[in-house]
Design a protein around this ligand. Structure first.
Ligand SMILES: *Cc1c(COP(=O)(O)O)cnc(C)c1O
Length: 366
């Protein structure tokens, strides 16, 4: 069978390895496995969200409220924007897909950082658009601007904090950059880790309201998968001016969010105490990862997310390290597929992180 030739250029996205795989492959007891690979919340979802998911199970035979009005209203209050300026997706991944389909086609160009979230590339290639990747290792807006002036891309991706490296742009830097960008270029600001950045350094925080009021060609993406601990429920959102939201809504399949997912997201947003604990754990434990790296002479990238990237030099090899840890039941993300001798570790709970350090010590001591 022949397929759409755009698929030939696409590599299947490699998601973080699931616990189930480690159980099958190494016969390790699931309770001895820790997953620090997909930037999930190690504290789990808000207990109130869990309760709400259970309550909504009895309504599983009914289609969800397709208007998603209650969740939109909650987000509207949280961010001080109109419900009409919000679109809900099955993860913010789905909004990325809508944005690319809404704006890009065969002759379009899409600009992104050299090392950033892999789905930008996959969806862009799917519509046959030309990818333009900056050359700097981290987001460098001066370079972005130079490339922008030459290529006039239809879409620009800014992932801030950036996954998988963890660097983060300043709000002022982003706003100065956006002033130079034509109103017909869609700027996608992926804020999947913004909650963590804001807690660490307020100069990195982006207000979606201020963003879209200043720049009607920008869209802010948020997700319930990271700080809110609901990766398994698949809820994300886009915030933009109505003109953009209306275009995106044309692509939204009906009932794209399940009833329990909608309920969970609404409860999770209310439970800001849980978010506070999440952010506090992240800040405290991040320091331990930095200190550990310094002590062991390992280079790391200062991170504004809920993960940290360790960079290795030969003879240390990220694939060997990832395999070693996996056999011990510790799943982390090997960044070899990004062409880096590096691993990305999600910041876990105190005891999870201690286990990581113990096994890493063991690896280094061999
Ligand atoms: C996790 C992540 C997302 C989206 O995740 P969803 O689960 O689809 O909401 C988007 N962008 C980045 C950079 C991410 O790391």
């Amino acid at each position: 069978m022949t397929f759409n030739p755009t698929l030939d250029a696409i590599q299947t996205y490699e998601a973080g390895k699931p616990i189930e795989l480690v159980v099958r492959k190494f016969s390790i007891n699931p309770k001895d496995i820790i997953k620090l690979a997909s930037n999930e919340n190690p504290l789990g979802p808000s207990p109130k969200a869990i309760e709400c998911i259970a309550k909504n199970a009895a309504n599983a035979h009914l289609y969800p409220d397709d208007s998603m009005l209650v969740l939109k209203q909650s987000l509207s209050e949280h961010y001080q924007v109109s419900p009409k300026e919000i679109i809900i997706g099955a993860g913010s991944d789905q909004i990325i897909e809508f944005c690319i389909h809404a704006k890009a086609h065969q002759n379009s160009k899409v600009l992104m950082a050299k090392t950033t979230f892999a789905m930008y590339e996959i969806y862009s290639k799917m519509v046959g658009a030309t990818l333009i990747k900056a050359q700097s290792q981290f987001h460098n807006l001066q370079e972005f601007l130079e490339i922008y002036k030459i290529h006039k891309p239809s879409i620009i991706f800014l992932c801030t904090p950036n996954n998988p490296l963890g660097e983060c742009l300043d709000k002022n830097e982003i706003f100065s950059f956006l002033k130079e960008i034509h109103s017909n270029t869609l700027v996608i600001l992926d804020g999947a880790y913004q909650e963590f950045a804001k807690a660490k350094d307020s100069s990195k925080a982006i207000s979606p309201k201020e963003l879209i009021e200043s720049f009607p060609n920008a869209i802010y993406l948020g997700t319930f998968s990271k700080a809110y601990g609901l990766g398994g429920m698949r809820v994300g959102y886009g915030i933009a001016k109505e003109e953009i939201i209306k275009a995106l809504l044309k692509m939204r399949p009906p009932f794209n969010i399940t009833t329990p997912s909608l309920a969970a997201a609404i409860e999770a947003l209310k439970d800001q105490e849980h978010i506070k604990q999440t952010l506090q754990n992240n800040l405290e434990q991040m320091v331990l990862y930095e200190n550990y790296a310094t002590k062991k002479n390992i280079a790391y990238i200062p991170s504004y997310g809920n993960f940290i990237t360790y960079l290795f030099q030969s003879p240390l090899d990220s694939s060997t390290i990832a395999d070693y840890l996996l056999k011990k039941g510790i799943i982390i993300r090997n960044l070899a597929s990004y062409g880096l001798n590096a691993i990305r570790i999600t910041i876990g709970t105190k005891s999870q992180n201690q286990r990581f350090f113990t096994f890493f010590d063991e690896f280094l001591g061999q």
